[in-house]
Ligand binder design. Structure first.
Ligand SMILES: Cc1ncc(COP(=O)(O)O)c(C=O)c1O
Length: 386
């Protein structure tokens, strides 16, 4: 009954572990949830109030597919103020229903049937199904041990297999790696040599830990309009996950393509949420302060806790809010190790293999939880490992 296109999708592997954890919780176990990739703070009251006001004022109708001009203008000014990048809000910005829709629409905008996109691995779990859905194909190249791009491999794969696009996710989920200027200059050379297109998923741009810093790819590639689509959104910086609001930045032609995708699927992003997002951008320094106060401490705690446990190791985390932890206490595949951690330590994590075959041997924790929970989780994991 089900179409072949949908049969080939694999669903979200993170959703499986969330479900298992919830089932165990329903059976009376006290679970610490380190599997979920969402911030634990509430959106600022100003954002919530602006959204409610918008509903009360009747801002509940369809709006123009590219998003309300007020929001596109605010996004453009934020890029000018924060990164000195000038954008045309009428032609180069599209507001979407979550960054997820932006990524999917971008893949559709770039790939003809059978054309290839390259995902450096480990990659965010949703990318492969998006490529499958679009009718494109995806290839993967394993990152180096420090999670930077394996430049030789990337170059070889692109020239041997006719890859059209590369997806760069920085700061990275699950590894926390921030793409360096050196890596970007390699990407710039690749673009010059091969006319490669880049989708830059920068959704974690406000989570970075000194001395690392993040700059959008737009600042590093002067001619970005020819080859780059940037994706970002409101879920992570503002904890607006359920508002489902993201955006893409691209040249006029690609923007028009992304708009067609929106018109064929959702018509526009939720109107009153867009008004909440206007306020979010007005208060972005406040939101960034919340992150700066809480997340560097949690990250350090995670690094300390992992370093106390024989058999676990963690590369330095430059950005985002994940620890991608390597284990050597067990030969078992990560799916089984994550199940053991859930069933024996009552801590929910995501197995490394969910992020690509070469990422087996790891599990991912999100440190978007309180210090007490992180401490208790690693006490339990230490006990389980004996
Ligand atoms: C790397 C990455 N990109 C995109 C998204 C999607 O964000 P949104 O909630 O805006 O769809 C996520 C969410 O977990 C993510 O981790």
């Amino acid at each position: 009954m089900l179409s072949e296109q949908l049969k080939q999708l694999q669903g979200s592997p993170t959703a499986k572990f969330f479900r298992l954890a919830k089932e165990r919780e329903a059976n009376g176990h006290n679970i610490i949830h380190l599997e979920i990739g969402q911030p634990d703070f509430q959106p600022l009251p100003s954002i919530v109030n602006a959204t409610i006001d918008a509903i009360n004022q009747g801002k509940t109708t369809y709006v123009i597919s590219s998003g309300i001009p007020e929001l596109r203008n605010k996004i453009a000014s934020a890029y000018t103020d924060d990164y000195s990048v000038d954008l045309n809000p009428n032609e180069e910005i599209v507001v979407t229903s979550g960054a997820k829709q932006s990524i999917l629409a971008s893949i559709y905008a770039l790939l003809n049937r059978g054309e290839k996109i390259l995902f450096p691995e480990p990659y965010w779990v949703s990318y492969p199904d998006m490529a499958r859905l679009s009718g494109g194909q995806f290839l993967t190249v394993p990152m180096q041990d420090d999670f930077s791009l394996n430049q030789e491999y990337v170059k070889e794969t692109i020239s041997n297999t006719d890859v059209k696009a590369l997806l760069l996710n920085s700061p990275n989920n699950p590894t926390g790696h921030i793409v360096s200027s050196q890596e970007l200059s390699f990407v710039k050379d690749l673009i010059e040599d091969t006319n490669l297109m880049i989708i830059a998923d920068e959704i974690y741009n406000d989570y970075m830990y000194a001395p690392s810093s993040f700059k959008t790819i737009l600042t590093e590639l002067e001619n970005w309009r020819d080859n780059v689509i940037v994706v970002n959104g409101f879920s992570k910086t503002y904890s607006m996950t359920g508002f489902r609001l993201g955006y893409s930045i691209a040249n006029k032609t690609l923007t028009q393509g992304i708009l067609r995708f929106i018109q064929a699927s959702t018509s526009c992003a939720t109107t009153f949420c867009q008004w909440g997002a206007v306020t979010a951008l007005e208060h972005r320094f406040e939101a960034q302060k919340v992150i700066e106060e809480v997340f560097p401490v949690r990250r350090q705690l995670l690094l300390d806790e992992v370093s106390k446990i024989d058999g676990l190791s963690l590369n330095s985390v430059d950005g985002a809010f994940y620890g991608f932890i390597k284990y050597s206490h067990s030969e078992k595949p990560s799916e089984l190790v994550a199940e053991e951690i859930l069933n024996k330590a009552n801590v929910a994590t995501i197995p490394g293999a969910a992020f690509g075959d070469s990422a087996d041997g790891y599990f991912r924790v999100a440190f978007s939880r309180s210090e007490e929970e992180i401490k208790e989780a690693f006490k339990r994991i230490r006990d389980y490992m004996g």
